[in-house]
Write a protein that binds this ligand. Structure first.
Ligand code: B12
Length: 269
């Protein structure tokens, strides 16, 4: 058994247990509202509570920032999260290895599903321009990237994936009140199974509320959350495709050099 690694939050001095909370209460700004915020924090188990900020948040609503101390601690060594850390090729290198190992363009179809019209996330991954200085999939000569945009019904996305024989389907979901993202994801997986393309396609789920663990639970191959770069996704698809074909990842150098980084925290080993 591995040694325990106990951790606690800290604000000022290490291990002081101080955390910051922010929340809204449905009452107008007042001294009474401030006391309500303090009592709520105490009921959450915090001590040394300080309501540091109270602001009007619309008619009859108040927004609070509260500090307090928790006595909780965690054994960091006991936490297990599914991740992959496989090698990551730079842009030119990845095109080269796809050409060498796959021998054709990788076909990818993406969309925001359900009622969601937040296309920025899927565009960041797929569009030519990309995100944070990292080119999107459209820019890779060895990817054919088809971005269907916003509010695509899960069945329509599956139909397009079937029509173009997609290697991977990229699903984006931002608005997730009442776990709608999970419902839509399940509908998509069901539709893909009915269309008999589930097993032969790589299913990737992304969005600000999405993590790899949730995506796996919903039947996807991988989940990507905030901060994902297109190159993370491009590399993931390449490695997963080889794995699906029963081929070991060949990380040999090509004319453009060796794999230069490791994708952290987003995918399955
Ligand atoms: C811009 C925006 C809009 C724009 C969207 C324009 C567009 N074309 O996208 C407009 C004005 C249309 C809009 C509308 C609404 N919005 Co809005 N919007 C935002 C805002 C300000 C920014 C979102 C954004 O663009 N982020 C930037 C991108 C790059 O980040 P990202 O999505 O996280 O993407 C990254 C990763 O998550 C990942 N990723 C994302 N998708 C995918 C997919 C794959 C396959 C992969 C691999 C990775 C991946 O990679 C990306 C790059 O790293 C957020 C608040 C915020 N600051 O986040 C609210 C926000 C998302 N909106 C919200 C809401 C409530 C709405 C509305 C319902 C408001 C209303 N009452 O009408 C409507 C819903 C419209 C609809 N039908 O979907 C809420 C959602 C709350 C929730 N529970 O989820 C937020 C969080 C605001 C808030 N705090 O209340 N919105």
């Amino acid at each position: 058994m591995s040694e325990k690694h106990l951790i606690r939050p800290y604000g000022d001095r290490k291990d002081d247990g101080v955390i910051q909370l922010s929340f809204v209460l449905p009452v107008p700004v007042s001294e009474k509202a401030k006391e309500a915020a303090a009592q709520l924090a105490k009921k959450l188990g915090l001590s040394h509570v300080l309501v540091s900020s109270m602001e009007k948040a619309g008619e009859d609503y108040s927004f609070f920032v509260v500090y307090g101390r928790t006595h909780m601690q965690l054994d960091y060594a006991a936490i297990e999260v599914p991740v992959v850390a496989h090698r990551k090729h730079a842009f030119d290198e990845l095109n080269d290895v796809i050409e060498r190992d796959v021998g054709r363009k990788i076909v990818v179809v993406g969309a925001c599903i359900g009622t969601d019209s937040h296309t920025t996330g899927i565009d960041a991954i797929m569009n030519m321009k990309g995100f944070a200085g990292d080119y999107g999939l459209e820019r890779y000569r060895m990817f054919r990237a088809i971005n269907l945009g916003s509010q695509v019904e899960p069945h329509a996305l599956v139909e397009k994936a079937r029509e173009v024989e997609a290697d991977a389907v990229l699903v984006s979901k931002v608005v997730t009140q009442r776990d709608v993202h999970k419902e839509d994801a399940r509908t998509l997986v069901e539709a893909a199974k009915q269309a008999k393309i589930f097993d032969k396609t790589i299913w990737i789920f992304g969005g600000p509320r999405v993590d790899h663990k949730t995506a796996l639970e919903l039947g996807f191959d991988a989940g990507f959350g905030p901060g994902t770069k297109p190159s993370d996704v491009a590399n993931y698809i390449y490695y997963r495709l080889l794995e699906r074909q029963g081929r070991a990842p060949p990380p040999q150098p090509t004319a453009h050099g060796t794999p230069d980084a490791i994708i952290q925290g987003a995918e399955k080993p």
